[in-house]
Design a protein around this ligand. Structure first.
Ligand SMILES: Nc1ncnc2c1ncn2[C@@H]1O[C@H](COP(=O)(O)OP(=O)(O)OP(=O)(O)O)[C@@H](O)[C@H]1O
Length: 236
């Protein structure tokens, strides 16, 4: 059974076809990288999967259930988590409180223990009682990921999660992703950092002008002429 299946999904904004007939299947425990030049439709794809936007056409299945057109909170409850490029934290709450707040709709009783596990996994134990606005940018990104982990999602969408993050914290994020994947979590990862894509992704999907133009392992897509054109032909 696939975790996620997109069947000919499209979405336009005015005259712009942001996502154009994308079909994609993601298997359990896979880490799939989504790459492509600016404006190629990566974020819109995440917004379609998480229910922020409704597709104009096509179907989206999560664990074989048709979630096309569902509201974001229902999709999140079903087991889809997501980080944002800019962390969405409660700035005046502590790291620990931010984690507890993320569990409000989930396993509230188990939340204190889970919050401490998540702080430990992300090496944030020492800033447990610091307010979010006192954390470094990288620590805030880790905490954003931690909030997602509080809900134990089956599928996690990471949107440039290591961008601007200190190399040490970047390693923490990568090892957390690997550990979670080994425990069965599936990941879709939007990334501009090709070294990260190469080291962590099992499979890579390349988008250009809203379409999937190539898919394969890092070595396969690196040798694909469509990919060279998408990146080099447009000077990105
Ligand atoms: N809400 C919106 N209203 C109008 N146009 C939009 C909207 N969201 C996205 N677009 C357009 O759709 C196209 C795809 O944008 P999208 O943000 O999905 O690309 P991206 O690959 O994520 O880019 P980046 O790497 O810069 O984040 C762009 O032309 C963008 O301007």
């Amino acid at each position: 059974m696939s975790v996620l299946e997109l069947d000919q999904v499209s979405r336009a904004f005015g005259g712009i076809q942001a996502v154009d007939g994308v079909s994609l299947t993601v298997a359990p425990g896979e880490i799939v990288g989504i790459i492509g030049p600016n404006g190629s439709g990566k974020s819109t794809l995440f917004n379609l999967i998480t229910g922020v936007y409704r597709p104009d056409t096509g179907r989206i299945l999560f664990q074989s259930q048709d979630i096309t057109g569902w509201r974001p909170y229902r999709i999140a409850r079903l087991g889809v988590g997501r980080t944002f490029q800019i962390p969405t934290l409660f700035q005046h709450l502590t790291a620990y409180e931010n984690l507890l707040a993320a569990a409000v709709e989930g396993d509230w009783r188990g939340a204190p223990r889970r919050a401490d596990e998540v702080l430990h996994l992300l090496t944030l134990d020492h800033v447990r009682d610091e307010r979010a606005d006192n954390l470094s940018g990288g620590q805030q990104k880790l905490l954003e990921l931690g909030r997602v982990l509080m809900r134990d999602p089956r599928l996690i969408l990471l949107d440039e999660v290591t961008a601007g993050v200190h190399p040490r914290l970047r390693e923490v994020i990568l090892s957390a992703v690997r550990e979670l994947r080994d425990a069965g979590t599936t990941f879709l990862v939007i990334e501009h950092d090709m070294e990260l894509v190469r080291t962590i992704c099992d499979r890579i999907v390349v988008m250009d002008f809203g379409q999937v133009v190539a898919t394969g392992t890092f070595d396969e897509i690196a040798a694909d002429p469509h990919v060279m054109e998408a990146y080099l032909g447009r000077g990105v």
